[in-house]
Ligand binder design. Structure first.
Ligand code: PHE
Length: 617
């Protein structure tokens, strides 16, 4: 039986102290405190003790009050209930011996009760966050964190949200995120929280609670440090009534202070065992024995196991979990380049010696390839590649090639004439350069090359040509390569030799050329050059006796050639009495197609920029 001693002198509480310092507001893990007695009064059967500071939580905010003892040099009070009265905390006690004002006393809370209350309270906040996820617009009215714990909201919730709320709650528990509290002003509280109750005390430090990175909410209770400490949460019932709904929840039985009777040894772990397992994961991760993904999964599993540890040890283990997570994170970010490689292969086996994946590689356009090859072949026999304008005067394209303005031969070249804004200059005194054309052939380079005044000439002029023709075998823009050889004593035999050389280099050693008489204004004599067919070997017949379908009687047409007309030499300033020359001009596209044996249904494909076609060459 408590021995109760009456106090002699009594004063109203408020004359002693303005308010009790609330230690539990800033440290919910403090179990003992040395402080002084402010007053002690008997009310009915119980003594009401006021202290300068207290670690005892007064009932409120849905959390039950603490119990414990207040011990002085002459007596010991057993705290049965604690409540708030104004700014003071009243400890309702039974008393052994005597406590007097100004006595130094040691307050000790019943940690088992406190920790259970704390876990239940924190679990309530976790459930609230889960409800917010499922139904963001519900307004909370109160929380009750005793037996039959619940959170109440204005409005209603479909019953089938029960499972989701439970799942979201336990997701937060498994993440083991921190619960942090801050003392704030009323103004700050209203600014930072999405919801605040109407009855908040006006002139006191207020507190907000933040779970992980979620929005803070006002709270004055005691809270665990990390969500994992609450253990698994069950949503037992969703109760809709009139205008409000209650979400009932429990945490496991063992947490209620009395360990569950049926807890088998396999379902319990000591704090030391779990700590050991956590440190193993940490070491394995840092030494790369396990991948980051395996590490993450292992940590999640171990976090769940916190509830298998005796309740009084969970706080300590929770801190270890947080520390292990932090050290793993910093270790992983330090070696992130290595790990990026692992991650990119889905955290699975990764062989650094494996051949890489080649990015698609482009190549030169088929016509560019042909131009390069043609230039090389002629370079070996002393023909230099030159460039002459692709937009040129009528004079170089026709007039100087022995085709005066009215000459009907011009009609063969379906020429584009273009407007020239300036005044045409004169080629040679007295000779008009005429209109400007998009060169219909590369022969404009002949006189231009001669005008350079250097003999002998061995040029190969490869350029774009333009003709007003577009169909399956013509594009309005195409390429020609023009050969010109001017020297003393140049004969048809030289022309034939050069053509054979090119044909054998370009098409193959067994190929031959033949010259067929033809007519051009700028050559005399003129020829069409044919090359022996590569399929039927110039016979016009296949092995089985069928006629060759590629060629005409064993020969394919390449293009024009001839001995340079004396008039053209004169236009170029070369004396036809001392010098002679030959010229040839063929289409690049056509010649290249003949080589590859490619029979294009439509030559326009070359310039349609379709990669599916171009990448085949
Ligand atoms: N320029 C002529 C053409 O385009 C080809 C050619 C060039 C013929 C040189 C003879 C000499 O068809």
């Amino acid at each position: 039986m408590d021995q109760q001693i009456e106090m002699v002198e009594m004063k109203p509480y408020n004359e002693y102290i303005a308010m009790t310092e609330l230690i539990y507001l800033t440290d919910s893990y403090q179990k003992e405190l040395t402080t002084t007695v402010v007053s002690i009064e008997k009310h009915g059967n119980l003594w009401e003790v006021v202290l300068t500071a207290t670690i005892f939580y007064p009932e409120g905010g849905g959390q039950p009050s603490d119990r414990g003892t207040i011990t002085g040099k002459n007596g010991k009070a057993h705290v049965k209930h604690v409540r708030m009265k104004g700014d003071l905390v009243i400890h309702e006690c039974t008393l052994e011996g005597k406590l007097s004002p100004d006595d130094e006393v040691r307050g000790t809370i019943d940690w088992q009760v406190r920790y259970t209350n704390m876990r239940l309270h924190s679990a309530g906040h976790i459930v609230h966050e889960a409800v917010r996820l499922v139904a963001p617009n519900l307004t909370p009215t109160k929380g009750y964190h005793h037996d039959d714990a619940y959170i109440e909201y204005i409005g209603s919730l479909p019953i089938d949200t029960q499972y989701r709320i439970e799942k979201e709650s336990n997701a937060l528990v498994e993440q083991n995120v921190p619960l942090t509290t801050e003392l704030v002003s009323m103004e700050e509280l209203q600014k930072r929280t999405p919801w605040a109750p109407e009855h908040l005390p006006k002139h006191k430090p207020l507190r907000i609670l933040t779970i992980g990175t979620l929005l803070p909410i006002p709270d004055g209770g005691t809270q665990v440090r990390t969500t994992g400490e609450t253990g698994e949460i069950h949503i037992t019932k969703i109760e809709n009534a009139d205008d409000h709904v209650r979400v009932y929840y429990t945490i496991e039985q063992a947490a209620q202070g009395a360990p569950a009777a049926d807890t088998s040894p396999a379902q319990t772990l000591t704090a030391a065992q779990l700590t050991g397992m956590l440190l193993d994961v940490q070491n394995d991760t840092i030494s790369h024995a396990i991948t980051p993904l395996e590490s993450k999964n292992a940590l999640a599993e171990l976090t769940k196991k916190i509830r298998l540890v005796p309740p009084q040890d969970r706080q300590a283990v929770g801190i270890v979990v947080t520390e292990v997570k932090q050290s793993i994170e910093s270790a992983l970010s330090a070696s992130s380049s290595d790990l990026d490689a692992r991650r990119s292969t889905n955290d699975s086996w990764f062989d650094v010696t494996m051949p890489g994946i080649r990015p698609p590689e482009g190549h030169l356009h088929i016509v560019t390839q042909a131009i390069t090859e043609i230039s090389k072949i002629f370079a070996t026999i002393g023909f230099t590649r030159v460039r002459h304008p692709e937009v040129d005067w009528d004079y170089y394209a026709f007039e100087a090639l022995n085709m005066p303005a009215s000459h009907p031969a011009r009609d063969e070249w379906e020429t584009f004439f273009i407007e020239y804004p300036g005044k045409p200059a004169r080629a040679t005194p007295g000779v008009a350069r005429g209109k400007m054309v998009l060169t219909p052939h590369t022969s404009n380079g002949q006189v231009r090359e001669m005008e350079k005044g250097k003999l002998p000439i061995r040029m190969i002029n490869i350029a774009k040509c333009y003709r007003r023709q577009i169909d399956v075998s013509h594009t309005p823009m195409f390429h020609q390569f023009e050969g010109l050889y001017v020297d003393t004593d140049v004969s048809i035999a030289h022309l034939k030799g050069v053509l054979d050389y090119f044909a054998q280099q370009f098409f193959g050693p067994e190929r031959k050329t033949r010259l067929r008489p033809f007519h051009f204004q700028f050559t005399e004599p003129s020829f069409e050059v044919d090359i022996s067919c590569g399929i039927c070997n110039g016979t016009g017949k296949l092995a089985n006796g069928d006629p060759c379908r590629l060629c005409k009687a064993g020969w394919l047409e390449l293009g024009g050639a001839g001995m340079v007309h004396p008039n053209v030499l004169r236009y170029g300033g070369v004396n036809p009495d001392t010098h002679s020359g030959f010229a040839f001009g063929w289409g690049v596209e056509r010649t290249y197609m003949m080589k590859s044996g490619t029979q294009l249904d439509d030559i326009r494909l070359l310039y349609s920029n379709d990669v599916r076609f171009l990448e085949q060459f």
